[in-house]
Design a protein around this ligand. Sequence first.
Ligand SMILES: *[C@@H]1O[C@H](CO)[C@@H](O)[C@H](O)[C@H]1NC(C)=O
Ligand SMILES: *[C@@H]1O[C@H](CO)[C@@H](O)[C@H](O)[C@H]1NC(C)=O
Ligand SMILES: *[C@@H]1O[C@H](CO)[C@@H](O)[C@H](O)[C@H]1NC(C)=O
Ligand SMILES: *[C@@H]1O[C@H](CO)[C@@H](O)[C@H](O)[C@H]1NC(C)=O
Ligand SMILES: *[C@@H]1O[C@H](CO)[C@@H](O)[C@H](O)[C@H]1NC(C)=O
Ligand SMILES: *[C@@H]1O[C@H](CO)[C@@H](O)[C@H](O)[C@H]1NC(C)=O
Ligand SMILES: *[C@@H]1O[C@H](CO)[C@@H](O)[C@H](O)[C@H]1NC(C)=O
Ligand SMILES: *[C@@H]1O[C@H](CO)[C@@H](O)[C@H](O)[C@H]1NC(C)=O
Ligand SMILES: *[C@@H]1O[C@H](CO)[C@@H](O)[C@H](O)[C@H]1NC(C)=O
Length: 482
Amino acid sequence: MPFLSLLRLLLLLLLLSLLRLSLSRPPKGVLIDCGATAGSIIDNREWLPDTGFISTGTAKNLTTPDLVPILSTVRSFPLSGKARRKFCYDVPVYRTGKYLIRTTYFYGGINGNDLPPVFDQIVDGTVWSVVNTTEDYLGGMSSYYEGVFVAAGKTISVCLAANGYTDSDPFISALEFVLLGNSLYNSTDFKSYGLSLVARHSFGYNGEIIRYPDDQFDRYWEPFGDDIPTVASVRNVSVSGFWNLPPSKIFQTELTVGQPELMEIQWPPASLPNSTYFIALYFADDRDSSSEFPRVFNVSINGVPYFHNLNVLRAGVSVFANLWPLSGPTKITLSPAAGSTLGPLINAGEVFNVLLLGGRTVTRDVIALEKVKKSFQNPPLDWNGDPCLPRQYSWTRVTCSEGSRIRVIALNLSSMGLSGSLSPSIANLTALTEIGLGNNNLSGSLPDLSPLQRLEILHLEGNELSGEIPPSLGNIDSLREM
Ligand SMILES: *[C@@H]1O[C@H](CO)[C@@H](O)[C@H](O)[C@H]1NC(C)=O
Ligand SMILES: *[C@@H]1O[C@H](CO)[C@@H](O)[C@H](O)[C@H]1NC(C)=O
Ligand SMILES: *[C@@H]1O[C@H](CO)[C@@H](O)[C@H](O)[C@H]1NC(C)=O
Ligand SMILES: *[C@@H]1O[C@H](CO)[C@@H](O)[C@H](O)[C@H]1NC(C)=O
Ligand SMILES: *[C@@H]1O[C@H](CO)[C@@H](O)[C@H](O)[C@H]1NC(C)=O
Ligand SMILES: *[C@@H]1O[C@H](CO)[C@@H](O)[C@H](O)[C@H]1NC(C)=O
Ligand SMILES: *[C@@H]1O[C@H](CO)[C@@H](O)[C@H](O)[C@H]1NC(C)=O
Ligand SMILES: *[C@@H]1O[C@H](CO)[C@@H](O)[C@H](O)[C@H]1NC(C)=O
Ligand SMILES: *[C@@H]1O[C@H](CO)[C@@H](O)[C@H](O)[C@H]1NC(C)=O
């Protein structure tokens, strides 16, 4: 008997320690320290240097003293005139995996200008947001951006792009990918949309940012201590329980009013551009439910009813809306229902801008064009990320089709000073109608182009290509200029 119970105790201890292990296991994903020459372990999590994920840009060390290690290096990308150019990280992912992507920026004066440049960031074929770190930088802080995207392929590209308002070299300090659980934000149709974080706050809290290990996915919950609880068509709102798995720490503080009276908060703090948003609000009561003292209230946003008769219990509840239109300042009003004897309360909130995804170029064309790129010794510098999308950032001299199935229809690389060879994979770009490679320095043999049945124009003159013009070219009926 004593033996058995000892065994049982041991088993129990083992189970407990396994449990603790799994609870404290760092989130799955990739942490990239941009511009670093070596990896590092910080808070038990491994950061990788970025050299395996990008083939362009320059690593730089900041001279600002006392920086946390991740901010002390950046990768920066040379601006060339007013050209719209993108510079991309390609990060391997699980296909259909849902990822939280976080980009972090700290300028540290690396370009010589007093103020940091303003530029765009792109995920696959979608413009994610403008990166304007000016205000944070003047306040001595780094800036971060967070989004949620589902992988459509085996890699996700995250690009920085120069725009009309970019006045010096774009740069980045860190790039993080965290694999999210299936249930997180699952009311969003991630085939068509991505989420770009606007605000995530723990209400009534004034400590350090809440993150891993409190948040198992290392989301950042910033303090929001509005000390003036000011006074604040039901569209697709539902109660979800806690599919979004918020950290329990956010329920330790709240904004509330003592009496059963109206409570208003201006949240999120910033004025919002006219768009549609995903909003999740989190509530949990700190006492057991009691019919004697119910805490029931209505929630409205900018005067539009959001949820009726919300009965907040100890178990907690979150209320979310998928595509909620907002514009300008936002006011959240909690109004006690008739007969409620306690004032309303709120613990936390998240707001994301809902981004309509721009799509991706047809995978077969992407693979073929990547091989063509590899066969050149000096491909154009902006040939990275998605070849066609976003449209304003398509690859130099690459023309793509319109519509939903996006294909490469023309390559006009004449007089680009290209050397190297021409990959046979060019024949897999079956939507091509034009190939212009004239006046370059390409050598090697001309591949079989006969699968290109839509080819109309082919220029190869002024190269060192060897061998005969394959007779199979004669089988392309559409070919009219050579
Ligand atoms: C940055 O600092 C690291 C470590 O001190 C050094 O190895 C690296 O060469 C430096 N990089 C540049 C671009 O100066
Ligand atoms: C960037 O932010 C600063 C400070 O908020 C603002 O003054 C500036 O106009 C912004 N720049 C661009 C290009 O949006
Ligand atoms: C989201 O996840 C929860 C928990 O796994 C599940 O009950 C719910 O049906 C899911 N919702 C959608 C829209 O997939
Ligand atoms: C609510 O969502 C459903 C399906 O997602 C959609 O058909 C409907 O138009 C939406 N209603 C409003 C008011 O947005
Ligand atoms: C926001 O944009 C929509 C569509 O573009 C428009 O119908 C609506 O009036 C705008 N709302 C505000 C407050 O500007
Ligand atoms: C709460 O919403 C219900 C349903 O729309 C409404 O009848 C009630 O008057 C509202 N209560 C308050 C205090 O606004
Ligand atoms: C290719 O580009 C060159 C230079 O931009 C231009 O002169 C030429 O007309 C283009 N050719 C085709 C077939 O579009
Ligand atoms: C063309 O694509 C097919 C699959 O789509 C692949 O098997 C083949 O190897 C490709 N050809 C070249 C020359 O890359
Ligand atoms: C073309 O390549 C040859 C050797 O491969 C080299 O000598 C020559 O300088 C190159 N010409 C140009 C214009 O790049």
